[in-house]
Write a protein that binds this ligand. Structure first.
Ligand code: FAD
Length: 403
């Protein structure tokens, strides 16, 4: 019978296994994970690590056995042989496949600075990481966060809410420089500062200092010392594409796949954070790191494996929760677009529509504005032309802005 071997029991891999059974795939499904836990949600790790609900399983414990999904946890795949169509695990099990799916995700980028290996220097990707953070962050502790990306800012918000002293050190001249518009970066920076977070931009960490093997502070390139008893490194993630590279699959910034999760080998698919693809809606090569993208590609892979029609392409989107701000973003901001603000950032509810020269939005960024997000995402997908003046007036209906 056909055998699907999924390498990586994370969000993409776990979703694919369940979709295959939902779509009546009757072959064997092997779900191979490096972590000892079944698949879980990563978003709460940075948003709710301080709360009790920080562990959210993707499926109930009995789901895998009930659905004849052979979960092989804590035994990572260390080698693939594409000629023999086998995957070999750490414990030397050789797994034969008809289709191999690489869903190995990404790993936190590490710093090579002096002091990076001190106790109390953390990164955040796994449940284990979040548990460490949870134990260390409390009122009276002080946290330095290296990197003002979404993960860094989310951790900052929850740490402040717990009464922890927080400093964010960002090398670029604004937080979220890679992923958000300057307008959103400015609004968020203000918001965090108002809640007592220190945010330093254009600032680079030169060294992490400490005594007796334990972190005590960070030193910036300009000589500033910041005392802290915990450092979170949140400087992005790199794709876990080593297996693919070693086996000669085409890789660039991740495993290259097409719009149906196919790699350069017809028997190998790849999904989730590890992939690099030409995105239909965006019209460019991207490596997306988001749940919606992982789920979209899991659906593509399920369709390829079962022979069902491919799902329609989706406008990429993402969310983030910081303090009482619910943010949702769709599309991708680029330098040539014109921002149109709807609402008032100081009221903590607003949307930024980024229009191209034809008045078509390529991205929308929303804060506590669910209706604007839904409409904006639809406008991006349908390439709807909008009138900027009407759009900017929150008293008019969004429908009236459509040209
Ligand atoms: P992962 O979920 O990382 O799973 C990959 C799995 O593969 C891992 O368990 C890994 O151990 C395993 N693996 C790697 N190599 C091997 C091997 N050789 N053999 C076996 N197993 C292997 N996205 C959003 O959309 N919204 C959010 O708010 C959001 N917040 C986030 C907050 C945090 C703290 C983090 C870390 C991520 C967040 N993301 C968010 C991103 C989202 O979690 C990822 O996009 C998603 O998990 C990607 O799924 P994946 O299956 O590709 O990778």
């Amino acid at each position: 019978s056909p055998t699907v071997v999924i390498v990586g029991a994370g969000h993409a891999g776990g979703t694919l296994a369940s979709l295959l059974r939902q779509q009546k795939f009757e072959g064997r499904i092997l779900l191979c994970g490096e972590e000892t836990h079944p698949p879980y949600h990563r978003p709460p790790l940075s948003k709710k690590y301080a709360d009790d609900e920080f562990v959210q399983w993707l499926k109930p414990e009995s789901f895998y056995a009930d659905n004849a999904i052979e979960a092989r946890l804590g035994d990572p795949v260390v080698h693939i042989d594409r000629d023999a169509r086998t995957a070999t695990t750490t414990s030397s099990d050789v797994l034969e496949y008809t289709t191999l799916v690489l869903a190995t995700g990404a790993a936190p980028r590490m710093l090579t600075l002096p002091g990076s290996d001190l106790d109390g220097v953390l990164s955040l990707r796994t449940l284990g990481d979040a548990t460490q953070l949870r134990e260390a962050v409390h009122s009276g502790s002080s946290l330095a966060i290296v990197g003002g990306g979404y993960v860094g800012l989310e951790v900052a918000a929850s740490a402040r809410a717990r009464g922890c002293e927080v400093t964010v050190v960002e090398r670029e001249d604004r937080v979220l420089a890679r992923v958000a518009s300057p307008e959103l970066s400015a609004a968020l920076t203000r918001f965090h500062r108002d809640r007592g977070t220190r945010i330093l931009t254009g600032a680079e960490v030169r060294e992490i200092t400490g005594t007796a093997g334990r972190v005590g502070g960070v030193t910036l390139a300009d000589g500033t010392d910041i005392a802290c008893d915990l450092v979170l490194v949140g400087v992005g993630a790199i794709p876990n594409d080593a297996l693919a590279r070693e086996s000669g699959l085409e890789c660039l910034t991740g495993i290259v796949v097409d719009g149906s999760a196919r790699t350069s080998d017809p028997h190998v698919l790849a999904i989730g954070d590890v992939t690099y693809r030409l995105h239909d809606t965006l019209g460019k090569m991207v490596r997306l790191e988001s749940i919606p993208s992982a789920v979209e590609q899991a659906k593509q892979a399920a369709a390829v494996i079962t022979g069902a029609p491919l799902p329609p392409h989706e406008v990429p989107w993402f969310w983030s929760d910081q303090f009482d701000l619910k943010m949702k973003m769709a599309g991708m901001v680029d330098a040539d677009t014109r921002p149109v603000l709807r609402g008032d950032p100081s009221e903590s509810s607003f949307a930024l529509f980024h229009l191209d020269s034809d008045g078509v939005p390529v991205a929308v960024e929303t804060v506590n504005a669910a209706a604007e997000f839904m409409a904006g995402k639809r406008f991006i997908g349908n390439r709807t032309q909008l009138d900027p003046t009407t759009l900017a007036d929150p008293a008019t209906s969004l429908r009236d802005a459509v040209l």
